[in-house]
Design a protein around this ligand. Structure first.
Ligand code: PLP
Length: 355
């Protein structure tokens, strides 16, 4: 494989060892003589994979033995935008609006009940995180997005409410220590930091379920998925297996605390460079900068072409900003190395001499 420095916002980079083991499993899954693509989701081999993935997903966040259940379901994070209100909305839910993904979650919740926007950063194009949120109004639950993949902002503390907390952690789960056990339902599309696209992880405190009077279709019903041990229907066998490989890799690295130290170094290196160079500007408010998605732009349009060219020469890929924000975005998910960030930093510094 060519040595590309891939900063893709999602689907994310995974460790080389995960690519190799996943490839091997397509040819011969753990010496069964069968491909992982062609075994039953109810085989004892796959059930062992699923159970290890479910338990490791909780263990790595310190959530074991705390009343949480882990589910690997299909439909992506966008499906959870709807499953959550189906299962938790009685009359009114609170949502913090910090960007496109929050807004999409809000839209879906409004199909099931009333949504109170308890805080928003829409007034300044989602470039910051609203602070000191302590919501007193009665709510069925409160929802927030811990990391805003598109704008590059991230919550540093957990907002408070007198209601169960629900968090979309699609783009920063497993990247840092956080008071995960203060959140009652954590969900994430796998493709930002857990594994390949096609599966999402839901970590849910079972006690928050069962309070709505509505009839919930089985596919939308968390309780049904829990009762069936995350095998209500055919699981995404290959994606779950690849998630497991990546979670095992994370454990080998020393877990979330250890990866957070590396992630902090990566982000610090890139942000320091952005701050030092007067022709580059960060998009997000300094105190709310995401350590996973670093958004920036150049002070002059003409510099884009220069940067693009230098990136190509340095084998840097996928640094275009989201189409709604423009500029550039480097995503620094767990598998992105400090070396790759150093190459990107080097390109930015090289621009001093070219422009
Ligand atoms: C990518 C992303 C989503 C959407 O995920 P899908 O799996 O494509 O539905 C939702 N929330 C956040 C924070 C994301 O980064």
């Amino acid at each position: 494989m060519k040595n590309i420095h891939n900063f893709c916002a999602g689907p994310c980079l995974l460790p080389q060892s995960v690519y190799e083991q996943a490839s091997q499993a397509i040819l011969d899954f753990e010496q069964t003589g069968m491909s992982i693509l062609s075994i039953s989701h109810r085989s004892k081999e796959f059930i062992a994979v699923l159970e290890e993935a479910r338990s490791l997903s909780l263990e790595l966040l310190g959530l074991q033995h705390k009343g949480y259940v882990a589910l690997f379901l299909q439909g992506g994070a966008s499906m959870e935008f709807l499953r959550i209100p189906y299962n938790l909305m009685q009359q009114k839910a609170g949502y913090i609006n910090t960007g496109t993904w929050s807004a999409k979650a809000i839209e879906q919740a409004q199909l099931m009940g009333e949504v109170s926007i308890v805080a928003s950063s829409e007034d300044r194009a989602y470039t910051y995180i609203p602070k000191e949120i302590h919501v007193k109004e009665p709510l069925d639950y409160m929802h927030f997005t811990s990391n805003n993949t598109i704008y590059g902002t991230q919550f540093n503390s957990i907002p408070k409410a007198n209601a169960p907390l629900v968090c979309d952690m699609s783009s920063d789960i497993y990247s840092r220590e956080f008071a995960y056990d203060q959140i009652d339902l954590i969900y994430a599309g796998a493709q930002k930091n857990i594994g390949p696209a096609g599966v999402s992880l839901i970590l849910i405190k079972e006690e928050i379920l069962g309070n709505t009077q509505r009839v919930i279709p089985h596919m939308m019903d968390y309780q049904e998925h829990i009762n069936k041990d995350s095998l209500y229907h055919t699981a995404n066998v290959f994606a779950v297996y690849t998630c497991l490989l990546n979670l095992r890799w994370l454990k080998q690295q020393g877990g979330v605390a250890a990866i957070e130290r590396v992630n902090n170094q990566k982000a610090a290196l890139l942000y320091q460079t952005i701050d030092q160079l007067d022709f580059v500007q960060g998009v997000a408010a300094v105190e709310d900068r995401s350590k996973m998605n670093v958004t920036f732009r150049f002070t002059e349009e003409r510099m884009n072409g220069v940067f693009d060219q230098l990136c190509t020469e340095a084998h840097i890929a996928n640094v275009q900003g989201h189409r709604s924000v423009g500029g550039y975005r480097a995503s620094l998910y767990n598998a992105v190395t400090l070396d790759s960030v150093a190459v990107l930093v080097n390109v930015l510094e090289q621009m001093k001499t070219v422009i």
